[in-house]
Each structure stands twice: as C-alpha cells, then as structure tokens.
Design a protein around this ligand. Structure first.
Ligand SMILES: C[S@@+](CC[C@H](N)C(=O)[O-])C[C@H]1O[C@@H](n2cnc3c(N)ncnc32)[C@H](O)[C@@H]1O
Length: 280
C-alpha cells in the first residue's frame, strides 16, 4: 500500500475531530519523517513492518487515546514538549494564561515567577523563554509530573527550581522564602473540573489528579487562597486559569483572601471567563 492509499483508507475510518490530520501524524511518526514527506512521496510503498507499526499506533487512536500521548509530544506556545500519561496534555486555551502573564510583565518589573501545579512545564517554560532575567520556581504534587517538567526544562535550556508538595507549601521550605513573600508573581492552572465532568471519555487517559477539583471543581483554588493567607503572601500579581463557569466564585475567594487587590476576569474565545488576573 502507498502512502497516499494508507492516508485515504485509514483517515475515513477514524472517528476523531481531525481524522485526516491524525492519520497523517501517525503515518509520519511511523516513518520517522516530517508530515510534508507524505505529500512529497505519495506513491512510496510502505514496507510490511512499517504498515504493522502504523496499524498498532492507529488502533490506539481508534480506541480514543489522545494523539499527543501516542506521539509522545505536543506543541504549546510555539515550543515542543514531551508528554506522557503522568501529565495533563497542555491545552491551546492555556496559551492565554501565558499571554496575560507576559502582558503584565511588559509594564512591571518581575523578579520571580512561581507556577503552582506545573504538569508538563509548558506554561512556566514558555514564560522562562520570554523572560530570561527572571527566576522561576514550580511546584507539583506529582513526582512523575515533575520529572516530565524537568526533562522539558532541560530540553528548552531554561533554569527552573522544581519543588514537590502541596500547592504553595513547598515555597515556605526554601531558604529565601522571606525575600520571596512579595517579590514574585503567581501563575496556576489547577485542576478545576467538577467530579461529574469526568464522564467525558476523552479525559479517560489523563491523570485524574491533574483534572478534578472535587465536587464543585474549586477544592484546589480554595486551598490555594487559604495558603496565601496562611503564609501571608503578597505577590505582585496572580494569574489563574479557571473553569468556564467559575469566574464569580473564584473572584469571591480571591476578594476574601486578598481584599486590597484588584480582580479582573478575562474571557476566552467562546466568551467564557477563563483567566483571573489579581493585581495590587
Ligand atoms: C490542570 S494540570 C495543569 C498542568 C500545567 N500547568 C498546564 O497548564 O498544562 C494541574 C496540575 O496540578 C497538579 N496538582 C494537583 N494537585 C496539586 C497540589 N495539591 N499541589 C500541587 N500541584 C497539584 C497536578 O499534578 C497537575 O500537574
């Protein structure tokens, strides 16, 4: 079977939202070539072992496994990140979190950036690439997630101090914690789905600890604001990605924890509150 015939046959059977692209990506991955190769050599015949390898990957996609896990990487903010089942696949909508944070840094001098719940590292590494003078600290509750983030930081040649632990708590254990208390910005995309939203089969493959924020989705943001008060943190600003229906509730939590701060909700392309910005 030729490359063109394989694409034509298998893309028709795939019930994903992008069957043609998925088939192309799987075939290019099988052949260890860039996607353009498929259209440069459409008449090239696949060997038996190439076809077997392709079918094996294709069956995983057919069952619903996200393409990023099959390929082992995902693009985010123009950078390529290693991904695996230990971390949430970085979402395109999370790029807005990076954009809003960068917008703030244009008119404010930033010394340190702390990301809570770093996952693959996509957010903080994208920030680190654009802010070479700042210092970066990232926390996560998952050792496995931290090891993926460390790999990605090394791959993109950025220095990030990784800490294992519950939300902001690991910060209190670092030696220059007193210095950090007000000289930093906080960024987080904590698990915010409601338990009942897990019914979506597309999410079956991703770690639940990266997705679910308890019955109302707010468990982690509640604890996050509680810790801000408990540790008397006064960040220059906070940037949070939230669920589509959580704008008012998170604003309320933020007002209680940081009464002197200004709180703004930014909408996503669908018109839902997506990013909460909290500034002094
Ligand atoms: C929604 S994912 C976000 C990952 C990444 N920042 C991104 O935007 O693609 C949430 C991350 O928070 C981590 N997490 C969950 N509970 C945590 C906790 N109590 N303390 C620190 N990190 C936590 C998960 O392991 C996961 O990596």
């Amino acid at each position: 079977m030729t490359i063109a015939q394989t694409i034509s046959k298998y893309s028709k059977l795939l019930k994903s939202s992008s069957p043609l692209l998925d088939t192309e990506l799987l075939l290019a991955f099988t052949l260890n070539k860039p996607k353009e190769y498929l259209y440069t050599y459409p008449e090239k015949k696949l060997t038996t072992s190439q076809l077997l390898k392709f079918k094996k990957l294709y069956r995983r996609r057919l069952k619903g496994e996200p393409i990023a896990y099959i390929l082992g990487h995902k693009e985010f903010f123009g950078l390529d990140f290693k991904v695996n089942k230990d971390i949430l696949i970085p979402r395109p909508e999370t790029e807005q979190l990076v954009e809003e944070t960068l917008r703030f840094t244009k008119s404010n001098k930033i010394l340190s950036v702390v990301e809570v719940g770093v996952g693959s590292g996509a957010v903080i590494i994208s920030l680190a690439k654009k802010l070479p003078r700042a210092e970066f600290i990232a926390t996560d509750i998952s050792t496995k997630a931290l090891s993926v983030a460390k790999y990605n930081a090394k791959k993109h040649k950025v220095k990030i101090h990784f800490l294992l632990g519950n939300l902001l708590k690991p910060l209190t254990e670092i030696t220059d914690f007193q210095f950090l208390i007000s000289n930093f910005i906080l960024v987080a995309n904590l698990p915010y789905l409601e338990t009942k939203q897990l019914n979506n089969p597309q999410l079956n493959y991703e770690p639940k600890t990266a997705l679910i924020g308890g019955p109302d989705g707010l468990k982690y943001y509640r604890e996050f604001f509680h810790q801000i008060q408990k540790y008397k943190l006064q960040p220059q600003a906070i940037f949070l990605e939230i669920g589509y229906n959580q704008g008012a509730k998170i604003t309320k939590l933020a007002k209680l924890a940081l009464p002197r701060y200004k709180i703004t909700a930014k909408k996503d392309l669908c018109g839902f509150d997506r990013i909460i910005i909290i500034t002094k």
